[in-house]
Each structure stands twice: as C-alpha cells, then as structure tokens.
Design a protein around this ligand. Structure first.
Ligand SMILES: [Zn+2]
Length: 431
C-alpha cells in the first residue's frame, strides 16, 4: 500500500533568507496573476486551458524588462505555480466539482468580472481560479525536492539561500517529493510531501464505534465517551468578534483597517492551529482504539444539522451562533472526518459514512422513529418502549448500527478499503 503524507513544520529563516523567500512568493504570485489573465483571454476564445499552453507564456514574460526580477528567484517555483493554475482550471472543467458545489448550497456571491484586452468583460464563474493578493492570509510557493536538500533540521533551497532551520517536531518517513514554503500571517512554514510503500496493515483492535458530532459536545461515541470542544476556542471567538466590530467602523482599505485585518487573520490562524492540533489528538486516539468507526455522512448532514442545531439551541444556555462560528464548526467536522479517514486507512481500519437521516429521532433500543422521541436537546425518551438516554449517545448508537448495516451490504470490501480485514471480524466491544 502506498501512503502519501504531509509533514508541516515551522520554518525559521534569518533576515536575508526571508528576503529571498518573500521574493519567491511575490514572483510566484505575479506569475499566477499574469498567466491567469492570459487564461481568461483564452477562455473568452473558447480555448481549452491546460498546462502545456499556459507554460509557453512564461519565457516571454521573463523577457519583459520590467519583469526581470523573475530571473532572480527559483525558476522551478514559477513553473509549479503554473501547474497549480492548470490544476485549478481542471477543477473548473470537472462537472463533479460543480455538482458538489451545488450540493453545498452556499449563498450566491456577487458576480465579479474580468476586463479583457479588447475591453470586453467576462463574468467570473464559480470554481474559476481567482487573482491572488498580497494581503491574502496565506501565500506559498512549491519546489520539486530534486532541487532541495534536507539535513537534520535544516533545509537547503537552490539559489544560494543557504541552510534554513526548521522546527523538526517529528521524523520524516518516506521519500520527499516536493517542498512547499508557506507564509501565513507573517509566520513561515515548510511542508514536505512524502510517499512510502508499506505492508497492508491490519488493525490491532476489533472494536467498532459510532460517532455523533455536535456543537456543545464535539464527539459522543456509542460507548459513552465524550470529547468536548476546546475551551480556548470560545475566548478567542470573543476576541475575534471584538476585532471585527472595530474593523467595521474603519474606512475600508485604510491603514487602520489593514492593520486590523492583519490582526484578524492572525487570530484566525491561531484558532485554526489550536483546532487542528486538538483534532489530530482525538482522531489519533479514536483511530488507535477502534477498527471500525461509523460517522454521519456530512455531505448530506452539513446544512440540515447546523440548521437544526440553531433551532434547537434557541434556549437559555446556548447563544445564537454567528454565521462565522457555525462555519468554523462545520469546517472542524469536515476536517475531523478527513483525519479519521486517512488514519484508519494507515492502520488498516475502516471509516464508514452513514446516512444521517433520523439518527437523532430513532430509538436505539426498539427502532421506533418519531419526532416526539426527542423532547429536548439533551434527552431522548422513546414514546414506543420508554427507553431513556442521553440524546447524543442514542444517536451515536444508531450511527453504529447503520454502519454495521452499510458494511453487511457492501460485504466489508467497499471501494478503497483494505480487503484483508473482513467486516465480520470487527465486533462491537461495548453494547
Ligand atoms: Zn424504543
């Protein structure tokens, strides 16, 4: 089995190195924007946009006297940016991506336009690549590893950048294929993309759990374990809304507005880091201990669940969630499931996604389905058999049995799942 893994570390360049890295980031962004403008011209002429045709624009661009600075940076990172751009266009041409976008039912944004050389305008459609700004929170460039070297906790890039230190918090396993340098809110990061071949793993445990995701309790498992959302999240949330309120009073794009914008981005980044770290820890715990994990399929659950959540939470203890708060939570759920997915794969376990319909209204004892079963947010009381339980626990038990049902239909050999461990081998340890 082939495993691709990313390793991300803080990068600690000195002042001179930072100048070179900033140059590379600026040049890569410049190339992206220039070639993107070219590709809009192509799009207006109904030409199919692909890497080979886009790349032809790079040499002429470098020859323009005003663009001589492009020659001063790592040339491979410019090509990589064009590759990324071609990939972005490929995404735009993929009908599945558009179908996915429709499923999510996001609010339509104000249409944006691009002015072509001949003065005509084209409307920028959803999923089309966009221009990058210097003020974007995250900027990056990528190099093939063939051009770089890693020695201990030092990284060497071409063009006499010298050895740059990074905080190596774990060993890098496998063969590094590419190196991405990122600048997020003034912090530098390096991520290594690696590949390695491993023997098909067999999960050491035989237990199975259902996992219910929620707002007040992040995770409730079918064996009664509860993971709360992180506490520091809330305090940062208050800080964030305070900054946003302040920013709203400033003139847009003024110096003070920009300063606040930077602070807001930085706080966003900080919150994201905390969340990411926490999610890594709980997903590792879950994945280590359970061979089969059943979760609700968020693609379907996403919208309905958060909408229900607010309707049910219009009570005393939970304040109405702002749009941002919700979006962060949603994002957290998606990230959590993504982590579980690859961690289970690495360990030879299974992640089963089940239909979220009625998981909160069904009685996990007798199977009776009724809205009336759910009198309050926290309590489940079956009108059929009188079974009383914590609502989240009841839901997670339903998710687990739905997971078992999915497996028995698929025979445990669904697409992309390890075939060695049969679904029938996985048994629920705790009822
Ligand atoms: Zn019942």
């Amino acid at each position: 089995m082939k495993i691709s893994q990313y390793y991300k570390f803080r990068l600690l360049p000195n002042q001179e190195q930072e100048i070179l890295l900033n140059q590379a980031i600026g040049s890569a962004r410049f190339v992206w924007n220039q070639i993107l403008a070219k590709s809009f011209e192509m799009f207006s002429k109904d030409e199919y946009i692909r890497y080979e045709t886009l790349e032809k624009n790079l040499v002429p661009l470098k020859k323009i006297p005003d663009c001589s600075f492009l020659g001063k940076t790592y040339s491979a990172c410019l090509q990589q940016k064009i590759k990324d751009l071609a990939k972005a266009w490929l995404k735009f041409y993929n009908s599945k991506e558009h179908a996915r976008l429709k499923e999510n039912k996001r609010k339509p944004k104000k249409p944006k336009f691009f002015k072509l050389a001949d003065g005509a305008e084209i409307q920028l459609r959803p999923l089309m690549p966009r221009f990058k700004k210097k003020s974007d929170g995250e900027q990056s460039f990528r190099l093939p590893f063939a051009d770089c070297k890693v020695l201990g906790d030092r990284l060497s890039l071409p063009k006499k950048t010298g050895w740059i230190k990074f905080k190596k918090s774990q060993e890098i396993k496998g063969k590094i294929t590419s190196v991405t340098i990122k600048k997020i809110c003034g912090f530098w990061y390096v991520s290594f993309c690696t590949n390695r071949e491993v023997v098909e793993p067999i999960h050491p445990s035989k237990s199975a759990i259902g996992v219910d995701l929620g707002v007040k309790k992040l995770i409730t498992t079918s064996n009664g374990q509860v993971f709360d959302p992180i506490n520091s999240f809330k305090t940062n949330q208050i800080k964030l809304s305070r900054l946003q309120r302040k920013q709203r009073k400033k003139v847009k794009f003024s110096q003070n507005w920009k300063k606040l914008n930077f602070k807001i981005n930085k706080l966003h980044h900080h919150i994201a880091n905390i969340r990411h770290d926490y999610l890594q820890k709980i997903t590792t715990t879950l994945s280590k201990n359970h061979a089969m994990i059943a979760v609700e399929d968020l693609k379907v659950a996403n919208m309905s669940k958060s909408a229900n959540g607010t309707a049910e939470n219009q009570g005393k203890n939970v304040k109405a969630k702002s749009g941002l708060n919700k979006s962060i939570l949603d994002q957290g759920w998606g990230m959590l499931i993504g982590m579980l997915e690859y961690k289970q794969q690495w360990r030879g376990g299974l992640l089963v996604k089940v239909d979220p319909k009625y998981t909160s209204q069904t009685c996990s004892e007798c199977g009776h389905v009724a809205k009336e079963n759910r009198q309050t947010q926290a309590k489940f009381e079956c009108v059929g058999c009188g079974y009383v339980a914590n609502a989240d626990l009841n839901a997670s038990r339903n998710i687990l049995s739905a997971g078992h049902a999915v497996l028995s239909v698929e025979g445990g050999c669904g697409k992309g799942r390890p075939k060695k461990q049969k679904a029938s081998e996985i048994r629920e340890e705790v009822a």
